[in-house]
Design a protein around this ligand. Sequence first.
Ligand SMILES: CC[C@@H](C(=O)O)C(=O)SCCNC(=O)CCNC(=O)[C@H](O)C(C)(C)COP(=O)(O)OP(=O)(O)OC[C@H]1O[C@@H](n2cnc3c(N)ncnc32)[C@H](O)[C@@H]1OP(=O)(O)O
Ligand SMILES: [Co+2]
Length: 154
Amino acid sequence: MLLDHVAIATPDLDQGAAPYVALGLRPEGPDEDVGTQGVRVRAFVVGDTLIELLMPTRPDSPIAGFLEKKGPGLHHTAYRVEHLDAEIERLRGEGARFLSETPGPGRAGTRVVFLHPKWGQGTLIELVEHPTGHPAGDHGAHGQDSTAQNGAAR
Ligand SMILES: CC[C@@H](C(=O)O)C(=O)SCCNC(=O)CCNC(=O)[C@H](O)C(C)(C)COP(=O)(O)OP(=O)(O)OC[C@H]1O[C@@H](n2cnc3c(N)ncnc32)[C@H](O)[C@@H]1OP(=O)(O)O
Ligand SMILES: [Co+2]
């Protein structure tokens, strides 16, 4: 399993991006709207993972609620899995508490699910499956080949 991304909530993408731009990180592609989550995303490449800045695009977005309660900052960590449905099944057997066991669309054509922050011991955890053959699925977009890191073909 690999760290897919670290997500940070911000009320404004340019403002939220300023530290990462100053650090010299480069964005991975253009900003993307993920309508089902009510967010606009700007992703920065860090080695073979990403920092994803999340800005709410509507009042009922989970990010709008988070910003209201906690303010800008770390929102979740996301882990890349090869077979999401099998991983959900496995974790169900471990007693994991999902927000929903039905995967939804994430950024860059991914399928994602979230685990409850109580189960995550105070941290919201996301599982991400990249589409087969998609450049991001083999870290191509991050500049590295995950098959070399995973030791297994996707
Ligand atoms: C860009 C698309 C996609 C991707 O491709 O990567 C994304 O990442 S989308 C990201 C945004 N979407 C989501 O976060 C979806 C899942 N989240 C949710 O459904 C909700 O945010 C939530 C986790 C259920 C929380 O909703 P909320 O209304 O705040 O519920 P509660 O008030 O009942 O909170 C329960 C409990 O959890 C604490 N909490 C909430 N959010 C977080 C968080 N991000 N990290 C840690 N803890 C969190 C909250 O404070 C409550 O704690 P207590 O007060 O102690 O009960
Ligand atoms: Co995410």
